[in-house]
Design a protein around this ligand. Sequence first.
Ligand SMILES: [Cu+2]
Length: 455
Amino acid sequence: MNDRRNFLRTAGVTALGAATVTRIGAASLPEAATQTSTTMQPPPAPSSGRPYSPVVTLNGWSLPWRMKDGVKEFHIVAEPVVRELAPGMKANLWGYNGTSPGPTIEAVEGDRVRIFVTNKLPEATSIHWHGMLLPSGMDGVSGLTQPAIAAGKTFVYEFVLTKSGTFMYHPHADEMLQMAMGMMGMFIVHPRDIRQFKVDRDFVFLLSAFDIEPGSATPKVNTMLDFNLWAWNSRVFPGIDPLIARTGDRVRIRVGNLTMTNHPMHLHGHHFEVTGTDGGWVPKSARWPEVTTDVAVGQMRAFEFVANAGDWAFHCHKSHHTMNAMGHDVPTMIGVDARGVAEKITKLVPDYMQMGASGMHEMSEMEMPVPNNTLPMMTGSGPFGGVAMGGMFSVVKVRDDVKPGDFKDPGWFKHPAGTLAREYTGELDPPVRGQEPKADATTLDARKPSGHKGH
Ligand SMILES: [Cu+2]
C-alpha cells in the first residue's frame, strides 16, 4: 500500500486520503485515479507485476492499477471533463478519469487484466479495445457483444493480453458524438521480455479533431470533415509538449488516429522506420526509410529513429492541420488592392485591420483581436520570431546533455558555429538568365495515335 501511495504521489495523480485508500483497497472495485492536469507525467515505473519500460504520454498520464489475486485491475470512469487545448482556450469535452484523452493503460504481454468501466456520462457508452485479440464478448460493441453501459452503471471487462503492441480504447456506443467529444485513450502492451523492442524514449499520443466555434467551448458533434481544431492528445500548438531526447537515443513515437481523416506525420532532420502498427510489430525485413508516414483513420503507427541534435519540427503535413480555428475561411487577399475597401470599412469599424494582401505571415507577428476562449490561427514564438503554426505541431528537441529519464524542456537549440542560415548582405548581381530558345528550335511534332482518325 505504501508503495502504491508513493507511486501515486510521484506520478502526480490526485490520490485519495490514506484512510480512504485503505478502505478502497479492501473494496471490490479498485479506486479510480483521476487528474485534470495537462502537464506530461514522467513515465511511471510499474508498481507491481512484470517489469517494463514505461511510455511517455504527451500532455498526459498513465493509469495506476492494483494487483488482486494475480490480476491487474484498472478502473476507468467515463465522464465530462474540461480540457485546456492550449493556454487561452478550454473546451467542454467528454473523457475518462478527468482528462481527454483518457489515461494511457500500460500492461505486459501475458497479463490478465480486469477493467471496471463506470459511466458518469448522461447517456450510455461502452469501451472497445481497438486492435486487441480477445474473446468476442469482451470487444465492447454495444448491442452486438454486450448491452450498452447505461448512465450510472459499471461494467467489467476481463481478458488476457496475448500480444505486445500499441492499441487504443474508445466508445462503441453513440460513437460519432462520443469520439467528437474526445473519448479515446491508448492501451500499451509491453513485451514480456523487457529487452525486446527496447528503445531509450517511447512517446505516445492520439490524433483528435474538434469543431468549436470561435468564442464557444463545446464541440459541434455532427461535423464530418470541417473540423477547426486539430489536436494531439486534445492539445493544439503551442500547447503540445515538446518531445525531448538525448543525441544518439533510439526514440519511438506511437501515433493513433481517431479523427475523421488521415494525417501524414512528418519529422524533420531524421530518417525513421515504421516498426509497429495496431496489428503488431513490423518485421525488420519489411521496414523502409521514411520522413513522413500517413496515419489513416483508425490506424496506429509506431516509428523509430536515432536522435540527431537540434530543434526539429514534427507535424502533420496537411497545412490546414497546423492552423487553429478562424484560418480556414479567410478569403484570399494576395495581390488584391483593397485600400479603398479598407477606408470604407474603417469608417464603420475603427479597429479594422486589412490583412493578407502580401500573404498572411504578418498575422503570426500581430496580436489579432479574437473572441474570448479562442486561439489565434497561427501562433507560437521561437528564438527567431513567430513560428506561425497551430494545431498538430510540436518540436523534437535533441540535446547532447539530456539525462536518461529527463523530459524537461531544455530551451532553444544552440547552433554550432557555421551551421545556421543567415542573411546575405553582400553585393547582389543581376540574375543570369538562360538564353531564350529560338522560335524554330522547339517544333512540336504532334501526331494522332496511328490508325485513329480524328473527327
Ligand atoms: Cu493532419
